[in-house]
Design a protein around this ligand. Sequence first.
Ligand SMILES: Nc1ccccc1C(=O)C[C@H](N)C(=O)O
Ligand SMILES: [Zn+2]
Ligand SMILES: [Zn+2]
Length: 206
Amino acid sequence: MGKLIDVSMPLSSTVPIWPGDTLFAYELTWTKEESGSVNVGQITMSTHTGTHIDAPFHFDSQGERVLELDLDLYAGTALVVDVSGRDCVRPEDLESERLDGTQRVLLKTNSWKDRSVFPVRIACLHESLAPYLFEKGVRLIGVDVPSVDPLDSKELPAHHALHGKGIHILEGLVLDDIEPGKYHLMALPLPLKEGDGSPVRAVLSR
Ligand SMILES: Nc1ccccc1C(=O)C[C@H](N)C(=O)O
Ligand SMILES: [Zn+2]
Ligand SMILES: [Zn+2]
């Protein structure tokens, strides 16, 4: 396996968050001077900050929580596909790709240009993508935007359609410098027992 390429958003007080959601904060509970031995930090954040996964519980109250998710979903071969320029990604946009046998597909929409602010508009996934990807054997879909649905959607058709086909969701990847093609992905969630989502450190290697 080659060198790891980081495709995660750095977490700091300036990381853009979903409007109205909890701001990211890191602070020291005790400085080395105060404790006499060590600096000890604490973090406060929404589970949907930066590069993260959605557990089905995020949009389905009966759905699985983070700790119940199969870790194998988040580690293994992944195909990076360039779908930039599409408003809504549909099966025909993926027809020329060799998806068969790829359990993980990462879509490079290039629609979140300024990572210092939360986007106003992003490319989304059409719900018909779910049965198409399912037929191809895909189990994880990753995107370079904060959501697989339009930002103002309440019904979340893509989230539900993907979940209905057992396809899990990874959001907020940084794919700007990644050439389309086949990689090895690792993006493991934290072992949050009741979590509806989790930040991940997502990496690719050739
Ligand atoms: N963090 C939020 C706060 C309030 C309302 C929605 C969200 C979301 O993250 C939903 C989004 N559909 C998502 O893809 O995860
Ligand atoms: Zn999310
Ligand atoms: Zn989501």
